[in-house]
Design a protein around this ligand. Structure first.
Ligand code: KG4
Ligand code: ZN
Length: 325
C-alpha cells in the first residue's frame, strides 16, 4: 500500500511540516485499506512493524505512534524498522536473495554500498560524501522544469536523448565513495543553456548516463573488496532503492555484475521506491528471529545501517540537511 502526497509539488521538494500533517490525516485510511487489500482484520495480525527512521521525524512519528497504538491495543509484538533495512531486504520480497550479498542502496536520500551479512549485520564499503544519486536526478529534473519527483520524468525525457552529447566528468575516480554534488551543479548550469527539446533530452540522457557510470564504477570496486573478504561465497549483487527503478542504471549494473561473476537482482519497480511491503518484510524477518522492540522505541532522524563505520569514518559532515549516507 503506497499513498503519495502531491501538496509538495508547488515547492519542488518535500516540505516537512506539510508531510507530517498529511501523514496524520491519511494514516487511519491507509491502514484500513492495507488490511482490506490483504483480506485481514486486526484479529488476523501476529505482529506490528513500523518505520522508526531515518528521515523527517514528523512523518516518522505519525506512523510509529500508530503502529505502537495497534500493538498495545491488540497485545502484539512490535518491531521498530530501519527504513534502510527495508530497502536492503526488498529484493527478498519476490526472489531468493540468501545472505550474504553485496548491496547498492541508491535512493533520494541515500547512496551506499554494503556487504549484507545477515539481518541487522551490515558493513559499509562506500557511501556518498555529499548528495545521493536520486537527488542528482531530482535536481536536474527540476532545472529542466520537469517537476518532483524528477527521476521517472528525467528517465522518460532521456529516452529520446543522446547520452554522449554532454561529456560529464566521473567524480572521485579511483575512490570507494560517491559524489554527486558537482554533477548536480554542472547539470543545472547546462540546463540553463539547453533551449531546444533535443538539447533537453540530450542533457537528461547525459546526466542519467553519468549517474549510472559512477554507480557502476564504485560497484566494481566494491565487488573486488567484497570478493577479497568473502571469497567465492555470496556472489550476488543486489540494487535497491528508488533509483534502482531506472532502466539505464539497472542495465549498467547488471552488465558489471555479469562481467565480475556476480548474480544480479533488483526488486520489481514497485518495491524499489518507498513502500510498506519492504518494511513489513523487515519486521517479519526480525520477528521470526525473535527480535522485537519496546513500545517506547524512539523515532530516529539518523540511523546508519553500519553504525560503527558511520561513527568512525563519517562520509559527510553533519550539516543543515543531515546525514545522506
Ligand atoms: O527509495 P525512494 O522512494 O525514497 C528514498 O528513500 O529516498 O527513492 C526516491 C528517489 C527519488 O530521488 C526519485 O527521483 C528516484 O528515487 N527515482 C528514480 C526513478 N524512480 C524513482 N530515479 C531515476 N529513475 C527512476 N525511474
Ligand atoms: Zn527509501
Amino acid at each position: 500500500m503506497v499513498a503519495s502526497q502531491d501538496e509538495h509539488t508547488a515547492f519542488g521538494g518535500v516540505v516537512p511540516e506539510l508531510a507530517a500533517r498529511a501523514h496524520v490525516e491519511i494514516i487511519d485510511g491507509v491502514i484500513a485499506a492495507a488490511l482490506r487489500e490483504a483480506g485481514l482484520g486486526m484479529a488476523g495480525l501476529t505482529g506490528v512493524a513500523a518505520t522508526a527512521g531515518p528521515g523527517l521525524v514528523g512523518g516518522v512519528m505519525v506512523g510509529l505512534s500508530a503502529g505502537k497504538a495497534i500493538a498495545m491495543a491488540r497485545g502484539l509484538p512490535f518491531v521498530a524498522v530501519n527504513h534502510l533495512e527495508g530497502h536492503a531486504l526488498s529484493a527478498r520480497l519476490e526472489a531468493e536473495a540468501p545472505f550474504p550479498f553485496l548491496l547498492l542502496l541508491v535512493s533520494g536520500g541515500h547512496c551506499q554500498l554494503l556487504a549484507v551479512e545477515g539481518l541487522g549485520r551490515y558493513t559499509r564499503l562506500g557511501a556518498t560524501i555529499d548528495d545521493a544519486a536520486g537527488e542528482a536526478f531530482d535536481k536536474t529534473a527540476k532545472a529542466l522544469g520537469l517537476g518532483y519527483p524528477g527521476g521517472p520524468a528525467l528517465e522518460r525525457l532521456a529516452a529520446s536523448g543522446d547520452p554522449a552529447r554532454y561529456p560529464l566528468p566521473l567524480a572521485l575516480a579511483g575512490r570507494d565513495d560517491f559524489s554527486f554534488s558537482g554533477l548536480k551543479t554542472a547539470a543545472a548550469r547546462l540546463a540553463e543553456a539547453a533551449d531546444s527539446p533535443q538539447d533537453r533530452a540530450d542533457l537528461a540522457a547525459s546526466v542519467q548516463a553519468a549517474i549510472a557510470r559512477q554507480l557502476a564504477d564504485r560497484s566494481v570496486r566494491a565487488m573486488a573488496r567484497y570478493t577479497a573478504t568473502h571469497g567465492g561465497a555470496g556472489r550476488l549483487f543486489v540494487v535497491a532503492g528508488g533509483v534502482a527503478a531506472n532502466a539505464t542504471v539497472r542495465r549498467e549494473l547488471e552488465a558489471v555484475a555479469a562481467a565480475r561473476g556476480f548474480g544480479f537482482l533488483a526488486p520489481p519497480l514497485r518495491y524499489c521506491t518507498d513502500n510498506a511491503a519492504m518494511i513489513a518484510l523487515a519486521g517479519a524477518e526480525r520477528l521470526r528471529a525473535g527480535v522485537t522492540d519496546p513500545l517506547d522505541a524512539p523515532a530516529r532522524p539518523r540511523w546508519p545501517l553500519d553504525q560503527a563505520a558511520a561513527a568512525s569514518a563519517p562520509t559527510h559532515k553533519a550539516g543543515r540537511k543531515g546525514a545522506k549516507a
